[in-house]
Design a protein around this ligand. Structure first.
Ligand SMILES: Cc1ncc(COP(=O)(O)O)c(C=O)c1O
Length: 382
């Protein structure tokens, strides 16, 4: 009997030879596949030896991990197993696992912050859960209940709460991951998967604590592997890649960040613009939060629109560009000072203009994240 992941289809228990975790009581009995795991079923095994916590001022992004991890196994046959929190350890994967060969995998990135009131908050984690489930569907990995995963993550962060830096310029990065573990070669929907979540304390994105602008290497080629292009950007003396799309060289994203342009548009209006979510642009949580904030301020035109390199060059000549910045969970906002395009350096006067808007956005988002401003965008972990 064929059954699809996430379906409510019943299965005959002979399928599993009574070795399943679904409490079969005899041949022929029909049992329901586990469509999701539940936080109430969490099995928690605490680490007996706890690692020393690092100095929040000397953290290199993503290099230090906490004491525990969350792990949930899935198979087409049995559905989701019970979620487990256990000491962080290496994974044991079959070398034929689909994640290793066909990149059947996805990840999310979000942060937990220790507020000025000592409370620990997650910033808009519901948006990460929404995006994670969309990614799972898109890459044919199993679905799950987003609220249950979030509750499990809250439990994990609570257990490792001493790892959330005592600092308002550092945080705990949360990395939920889902990978195909089907041990067979063949490009197909996997029948086995593994969901895990690991935690890593991260320091301030800007080591000086202030804005350091980046220069971009404008790249019109769509490389399969973005790290290749990132290396080329470094080779050209730039820090990040500005990804261009199409014959008209549309400006899309910066490295692994969404992009905003604050300018006076062709109609003479003060405008904050970012490319629309047309399938190419990653629907960033920070991007959405900046759009939401700016709409709420109701002080300038806020637009999701196409922007080309030509639009930028013409606007620079006419002195209409105020600020350009990338945005993402890691840095919140990242000012752009230069773009290397067709062998010529184009200066963007972001820093000369403050950057007033980028600073205002960074401050307001930080105020919410560190509990200085009340907001329903955060949920408490403890
Ligand atoms: C390609 C890309 N764009 C944008 C972002 C920013 O998304 P978020 O604001 O959700 O961190 C990311 C984050 O990893 C990314 O990989």
């Amino acid at each position: 009997m064929a059954s699809q992941p996430g379906s409510a289809e019943a299965r005959a228990c002979q399928d599993c030879n009574h070795e399943c975790s679904l409490s079969c009581s005899g041949p022929g009995e029909l049992k329901q596949m586990a469509e999701t795991f539940k936080a109430k079923d969490l099995i928690i095994t605490r680490a007996t030896i706890l690692k020393e916590k690092p100095d929040p001022n000397n953290l290199v992004f993503g290099t230090v991990f906490t004491d525990h991890m969350l792990i949930v196994e899935w198979s087409l046959k049995f559905g989701w197993e019970k979620p487990q929190i256990k000491p962080l350890e290496n994974l044991s994967l079959h070398p034929g696992s689909s994640a290793l060969h066909y990149a059947v995998e996805l990840f999310e990135g979000m942060k937990a912050y220790r507020g000025v009131d000592e409370k620990i908050r997650l910033f808009r984690p519901d948006l990460n859960m929404d995006r994670m489930l969309r990614s799972a569907t898109r890459i044919t990995l199993p679905g799950f209940d987003k609220k249950e995963l979030l509750k499990c993550i809250q439990e994990l962060v609570k257990l490792d709460k001493e790892w959330v830096p005592y600092s308002t310029s550092a945080s705990l990065y949360v990395r939920p991951t889902l990978i195909g573990t089907e041990p067979s070669l063949g490009v197909k929907k996997p029948t086995k998967a593994l969901l895990f979540v690991i935690l890593s304390p991260v320091g301030p994105y800007f080591s000086s604590g202030s804005f350091n602008p980046v220069s971009l290497w404008a790249n019109p080629n769509n490389y399969g592997a973005s790290i290749f292009a990132q290396n080329e950007a470094l080779h050209h003396g730039c820090q990040q890649v500005l990804w261009l799309y199409g014959e008209d060289h549309q400006i899309t994203e910066v490295g692994t960040m969404n992009l905003f342009l604050y300018w006076i548009n062709e109609d003479g209006e003060d405008e904050l613009a970012t490319p629309p979510l047309d399938g190419i642009i990653l629907p960033g949580v920070t991007r959405q939060s900046i759009l939401d904030l700016a709409h709420k301020w109701d002080e300038l035109k806020v637009t999701e629109r196409y922007l080309t390199m030509n639009d930028l060059i013409v606007a620079l000549k006419e002195n209409r560009v105020k600020e350009m910045f990338g945005c993402g969970t890691a840095c919140v906002v990242c000012p752009v000072s230069d773009v290397l395009y067709k062998g010529e350096n184009i200066h963007i006067p972001t820093m000369e203009n403050g950057p007033k808007l980028a600073t205002r956005i960074l401050n307001q988002l930080n105020d919410i994240q560190y509990g200085r401003e009340e907001s329903d965008w955060t949920i408490l972990v403890s």
